[in-house]
Every structure is written in structure tokens, then in C-alpha cells.
Design a protein around this ligand. Structure first.
Ligand code: SF4
Length: 570
């Protein structure tokens, strides 16, 4: 029997409710949006006790189904003030799935810092968190394992979240116990900090019950086979990982370089910040380039980056980090970037928002582009809540205003991801219109050459990418399997029916994706957002970005048909 768990932190009480199987299928991002809508969270200050923090998984979590254990974190964002869903991989969703906890909701505010602990038997404890406060995530994780044993999964808040810094995400344990799989965006960590929850620890049962075990096992095998036969999965995600996107965008002209002043860092043959350079170097040093963040994932896009002595520096190093914390700050040395990434993971912060913020100091002339020592010092300052730390920790939009910088690359106060919207236009449109604030994961089409396409075709590409992303996010599926899942909807729905005993039809996929988008847009409308909030910053319309020298073509007034569909009117 699936259940949901509501934790009243103010009273330190747990409440269980049964969840019908059909509702479990409407999980992940859909569940977070639905719950936030029903609670009218748009009426509340995001850092007030009334704003819920929701953790929701998909219907296949806890099974061996590849890449199906992502955890959606939903809340009203203190960064954007709109709705927020940030999801992460790792083992937390796997553990919740085995415990049959479809969603877990933090309500109220604890009088003192706590570690919430959920046992295999379903008991809930609110343990004291002293001994963990102020620690970086790696030391905090070590202490959690020491206190609770090795067979746990956790969601952990870093030191920046403790003082409500808006750069802060929530770190999930990975398959080897690293606190490195972040639900990073939108300041979700600050909401957990406002509730005074340092960590949620869940015991992992190690087995799961499903409705039709033979059929689920057959589905697990078939999905793994389909993934292994898919060229994009094997030749891109498995072979190189997301860092291959850096090579592509550098050549395509859509890579953010020096606060979005250029779309290419160097000619492709001299480029050292992509997978073509990093992957062979890392393998030669003894690092890993096929690594699964969660049990069962056959895509294994993740990596373990080591230094010249073969010692682990960070896992994983991803494209978005390369783009924003790397090239956008003018860095050209991947070893320096790996060290900064490690620090960011220890702080539990969003590398996109952090990189976009650090670039603003350089934009202002307070540091040179690529000044590694400056970046490292700024990140180290974030461990304690000094005035300097609080200025940086509030995120790109607010920092840019405080510094008096004109070129601030944000939409709805959230930093633009590593796809220059002048060049990667369909993703740019998604980042403009999504209720999430600038977020490529809401509907990415990173390889689409759009200049030869009709505007309505580009809008359609963005819309379909958004529907598919929302459906995947709601099912706990990692979007890197999208080249299979988006084309195998009938099979995915059949697998869900086998796991839950439901009778969903393939039409469920589109209804689920569109249902998410409508809920999110209605939420933001109630929160006071208008289409004007979707406009790109002025410099994207005014400055051509080399080497293609494109300016942005799409303004909110060009997107009316897309708005109608997102609101459910088209
Ligand atoms: S594809 Fe990569 S990010 Fe996605 S679940 Fe697998 S290892 Fe994790």
C-alpha cells in the first residue's frame, strides 16, 4: 500500500495517509505542483512556515527500472517567488520507493535544528542536529553514516542553506554515499533551512513489492535493452556524458563565455573544457567515465573526476557546471573547475546560479576573467554567514542589482542555464516561458538549428520538449533516457500499470505532461507573474553574440500561441 507522509515540524508530529495507486502514477513534479496549488502556496512568503516543502517520487522508484529514481523537490521558490520543482538523482528516491512513500511533505518550522529519520518499519524520529551544523556536506555525510549505518539514503542541507542563502540546493546521496546529487535550483535549500531540517535520513529496505513482479522484471530488462541499443544514450551520455555538450555548444556558438559575451571559448581543436579533452585525460589518470548515480541506471552518464595523482576530486562534473562556473567565468582549466565544483558540492549550492553570480564580479571589474584564486576565495567565504557571503548567496539577480551591473543573465530572477538563448533558440523560448524561471531542464532542444525553421515550428519544438520533460519529471525518470522514453510511451505506461496495478492508457503521458504545465502556470499567475516577466534581459536583444553574431528574436509578444497552450487554452 502506497502512502504519503506529512511532517508537522512545529509540533514534531508525523501523519500518514494512504495514496491510491492511480495517484502514485501522477507523481514527481506533478504531485509537487498539485499539492502546492491545493495549499495555495502562492499566498505565502517562501521562507515562512506555511510554505510546504514536498519530496515526491515516480511510480517505478525502488525497482531496478533504469534511471527511474529521481526525486522531485517542490516548493514556492524564494529565488524566483514562483513555483519551483528541482529534481535530483541518487538513492533517496530509491529508498522512498522501496518504503512505498509516494511523497513526503515538510510543514511548519521546527523550534530547533533536526535530522528527520524514517526507519524501514515506518517510524519517524526528529533527532537533534547539533554536531552537524555548519559542516560541509562531505563531513556531514560521513557523520550521518557513522550515526545511522551504511544502509541509509539521505537528503542533506549544506551550510549555505542553514543561513537561508538562495544559492542552496538539497543534496541527495549517490550510489557510493557522496552527498553530490543536487536538487539544485531555485533556492529549495533555503526553504529546508527555514524549516530547520538539516537532513532527512531514510533506511533502505533493499527490496520492493510491486503489483506484477514478472511483468515488471520483463519491463526492466526490455528498457535496459532499448537504452543500450539507442545511439544517443550509448554514444553520447554513456561514452562521454553531459560534458560532451560543452564541445557541441562551443562549436555551435551557444556556450556561455565571460558573462554571455561570447558563444565560443576557443576553436574546437584548442578547447579544453569539454568531454573530448577531459574524458580521455580522466580515463588515463584512472578516473571513471561511466558511473551510475542511482541503482539500476544503465545510461551511466555520470563520472568520477580525479587529479594528476589519480585521487578523486569531484563526482560528477556536468555540462551546466562547465558552462556557468567554468567558461562563463572565463576559466579554461578543467582541473581548476573540478576543484571549484567539489567546493560547491560541499557547500550544497547550485553551480549554475553560483557561476552566473561570480561572473558578475568580473563583469564589474572586481576580478579578472578566469581568476581562479578569486573564485575559490569567494566560495570558501560561503561556509559562514558573513556580510560578504550573504551578498553572494542571494543569487545572480539580487547580487547584480547590488553591484549595479547592467548585464544580468536571469529570467524571473533565476540564472540562465548554459544555452545562450540567441543561438539555442528553442531552449531559450522554454527558459523564457517556463514557470520555473530560466531552466533548460523544463524543455531542452540543445541541438536544434532553428534559423531555417518557421517561428511556429520552433514554438512547437519548445512545447513538445516541455510536455515530455514534465512527464519524465513526474515519473521520476531521468530525461537523459528521453530518446527512448519519449518514443516508447506505450511501453512505459504498460510498465507503470504492471508496477501499480493500474489501467492507464498511452494518452496518460501527454495528459500528465500538460497537466503539470497548466498547474505551474496557474500557480505563477496567482503569484502575480505576467508575460512581461518572460522577457529576456535587454542585452540579449541588443548585443550580437560571436561567432554567429545572432541577437535574440523572440519577445513575449511573439509567444502568444504558446502561452495559450501552456495555460490550457489552445
Ligand atoms: S543518466 Fe546519469 S543522471 Fe540520469 S540517472 Fe543515470 S547516471 Fe543519473
Amino acid at each position: 500500500m502506497w502512502r504519503s507522509l506529512y511532517l508537522d515540524l512545529s509540533a514534531k508530529k508525523a501523519r500518514w495517509e494512504g495514496v491510491p495507486s492511480e495517484e502514485v502514477a501522477w507523481g514527481g513534479r506533478y504531485r509537487t505542483a498539485k499539492l502546492l496549488w491545493e495549499r495555495e502556496a502562492y499566498r505565502f512568503d517562501p521562507l515562512s512556515p506555511e510554505n510546504p516543502l514536498v519530496f515526491a517520487i515516480g511510480p517505478l522508484a525502488g525497482t531496478g527500472f533504469s534511471n527511474a529514481n529521481r526525486t522531485s523537490v517542490g516548493t514556492r521558490s524564494p529565488l524566483t517567488l514562483g513555483i519551483k520543482e528541482a529534481n535530483g538523482g541518487g538513492t533517496f528516491g530509491y529508498a522512498l520507493g522501496q518504503l512505498k512513500v509516494a511523497h513526503l511533505v515538510l510543514e511548519g518550522q521546527s523550534p530547533e535544528w533536526v535530522v528527520v529519520r524514517l526507519t524501514k518499519e515506518g517510524e519517524v524520529f526528529f533527532d537533534p542536529a547539533e554536531g552537524l551544523l555548519g559542516l560541509g556536506n562531505f563531513e556531514a555525510a560521513r557523520r550521518l553514516f557513522a550515526a545511522y549505518g551504511e544502509r541509509i539514503a539521505f537528503a542533506l542541507l549544506g551550510p549555505v542553506g542553514e543561513y537561508l542563502g538562495l544559492l542552496s540546493g538539497i543534496a541527495f546521496s549517490d550510489i557510493d554515499g557522496r552527498p553530490s546529487r543536487l536538487a539544485a535550483r531555485g533556492g529549495v535549500g533555503a526553504v529546508m533551512g527555514a524549516k530547520r531540517v538539516k537532513a532527512i535520513v531514510v533506511e533502505v529496505p533493499g527490496k520492493v513489492e510491486v503489483w506484477d513482479k514478472p511483468k515488471v522484471l520483463e519491463g526492466v530488462r526490455r528498457y535496459a535493452k532499448l537504452l543500450r541499443e539507442d545511439p544517443l544514450v550509448m554514444q553520447f551520455y554513456n561514452a562521454i556524458g553531459t560534458m560532451g555538450m560543452a564541445d557541441f555548444q562551443n562549436a555551435f556558438g551557444g556556450l556561455p563565455v565571460r558573462n554571455f559575451r561570447q558563444g565560443q571559448m576557443s576553436p574546437p581543436e584548442a578547447f579544453r573544457m569539454g568531454g573530448q579533452y577531459i574524458a580521455p585525460l580522466n580515463r588515463a589518470r584512472g578516473g571513471k567515465h561511466t558511473h551510475a548515480c542511482m541503482p539500476g541506471c544503465v545510461i551511466q552518464c555520470s563520472n568520477v573526476i580525479v587529479d594528476e595523482k589519480g585521487e578523486e576530486v569531484v563526482s560528477p562534473l556536468e555540462y551546466e557546471t562547465i558552462g556557468l562556473l567554468g567558461t562563463n567565468c572565463g576559466l579554461s582549466d578543467p582541473d581548476q573547475l573540478a576543484r571549484l565544483n567539489r567546493l560547491a558540492n560541499d557547500l550544497g549550492i547550485d553551480t549554475i546560479e553560483t557561476g552566473a553570480s561570480l561572473a558578475l564580479y568580473m563583469e564589474k571589474g572586481l576580478a579578472d576573467w578566469g581568476d581562479y584564486a578569486f573564485m575559490e576565495a569567494k566560495l570558501k567565504s560561503l561556509y559562514a554567514p558573513s556580510e560578504e557571503a550573504r551578498l553572494l548567496a542571494q543569487g545572480t539577480a539580487r547580487l547584480g542589482e547590488a553591484l549595479g551591473v547592467k548585464r544580468i543573465p536571469v529570467i524571473k530572477r533565476q540564472a540562465i542555464s548554459a544555452y545562450d538563448p540567441r543561438v539555442v533558440e528553442a531552449t531559450g523560448i522554454t527558459m523564457m516561458v517556463t514557470a520555473q524561471g530560466a531552466d533548460h531542464t523544463a524543455g531542452n532542444a540543445p541541438r536544434l538549428e532553428t534559423r531555417a525553421m518557421k517561428p511556429e515550428e520552433i514554438l512547437e519544438a519548445s512545447y513538445q520538449a516541455q510536455v515530455n520533460a514534465a512527464a519524465n519529471d513526474s515519473l521520476g525518470l531521468c530525461v537523459f533516457g528521453g530518446s527512448v522514453t519519449n518514443k516508447q510511451v506505450a511501453f512505459i505506461v504498460e510498465s507503470i500499470n504492471a508496477a501499480l496495478g493500474t489501467h492507464l492508457t498511452p494518452a496518460f503521458w501527454q495528459a500528465l505532461g500538460e497537466g503539470v504545465l497548466r498547474l505551474e502556470h496557474r500557480f505563477n499567475h496567482q503569484a502575480g507573474f505576467t508575460h512581461e516577466d518572460d522577457r529576456l534581459p535587454a542585452f540579449f536583444y541588443e548585443e550580437p553574440v560571436p561567432p554567429k553574431n545572432y541577437t535574440a528574436r523572440f519577445r513575449p509578444e511573439d509567444l502568444a500561441p504558446l502561452y495559450a497552450r501552456l495555460h490550457g487554452e489552445g
